[in-house]
Design a protein. Structure first.
Length: 316
């Protein structure tokens, strides 16, 4: 299959800005996208830069944007992504481009370091023993432990795009692997850190991270699990936990989200600096006619909503 590969190129030594270069390639049957990129480099242009190593979806180094979304190229069949005989390849997003398809992963790794990515347990154990865990307990961290650090989730995370301090889906998925590890002794301290701004509550649930994740790590699901841990372990004095509580209260009371109350309850009714911070947004909404109705009405089928809440509260 004759295919045009539009590859984003950038050489900081010669280019003022990035540009696309087209390569025509006969895609061999059964070739992965990484096979194609290798063929471009080996037969058409040896100056093309990108990362790769294992070619087996293990090392996590070959992720790049394919037709606008991050993918692990060695795990992607080229035939599956050819559209109108074309494939567009770009470097991962949310990171600075070093050259062509190679990005600077430093901020990504710095965030992983911030979550203390190792087991903390100072209980004495003989050097001949292991810290054993039941299969059930391992199951709680099994998904997160499949992460290969490819940064596909980080590349396409919409929160990271607007807030560079946000820990990001990858570091948070890695955090869940330790928060929910029954052998770790610092769950409380970990949750205190992760409940702060830039942590678990800053995710906006766009779902891109899980969509782009090539393994079972699925960061959004791991973030949701940690939110549950945070609420169950009393980490309630923060905007995120208050927001979740106010959200549930509002739906439970009227079946609708009371968008006038929600921001106030989220920052805290007596949190004056917080309230002052959100006031300009409120004023702008009023001026643009985007403010929700002042009088909040309940939906018609409230008894049904109440029944759902009751079922949740009293599981059978
Ligand atoms: S080359 Fe190792 S994951 Fe693709």
């Amino acid at each position: 299959m004759k295919t045009t590969f539009k590859v984003k190129r950038y050489d900081p030594q010669t280019d003022e800005e990035a540009r696309f270069q087209e390569f025509e390639l006969e895609v061999p049957q059964g070739a992965t996208l990484l096979d194609c990129v290798n063929l471009i480099k080996w037969t058409l242009d040896g100056t093309l830069s990108y990362r790769m190593s294992c070619r087996s979806a293990i090392c996590g180094s070959c992720a790049m944007k394919v037709n606008g979304h991050a993918r692990l190229t060695c795990k992607t069949q080229a035939a599956d992504v050819v559209k109108n005989n074309t494939v567009v390849l770009e470097p991962l997003g949310n990171m600075k481009v070093i050259k062509d398809l190679v990005v600077d992963l430093e901020p990504f790794w710095e965030k992983v370091e911030k979550i203390t990515p190792w087991l903390i347990n100072s209980d004495p154990v003989s050097p001949d023993e292991e810290r054993l865990q039941s299969p059930e307990d391992f199951h709680k961290i099994d998904a997160a432990s499949t992460c290969i650090m490819c940064a596909a989730c980080y590349s396409d995370c919409s929160t990271t795009e607007v807030d560079k301090k946000y820990l990001g889906p990858n570091a948070l998925a890695k955090a869940q692997r330790f928060v929910c590890d029954t052998r770790d002794k610092k769950q409380k301290e970990r949750m205190t850190e992760l409940s702060k701004g830039t942590g678990i509550w800053d995710c906006t649930h766009c779902g891109e991270c899980s969509e782009r994740c090539p393994t079972d790590a699925k960061p959004l699901a791991r973030i949701t699990e940690m939110r549950e841990v945070a609420l169950n372990t009393g980490h309630l004095d923060n905007n995120g936990a208050r927001h979740a509580k106010a959200f549930v209260e509002s739906i439970g009371k009227s079946g609708r989200l009371n968008e006038n109350e929600l921001p106030v309850k989220s920052v805290g009714m007596f949190n004056l600096p917080g309230l002052m911070e959100i006031t300009p947004v409120g004023i702008r909404m009023v001026l643009k006619g985007k403010n929700p109705p002042i009088i909040h009405h309940s939906i018609e089928k409230m008894p049904e909503v109440k029944k759902i809440f009751k079922d949740f509260e009293e599981p059978k």
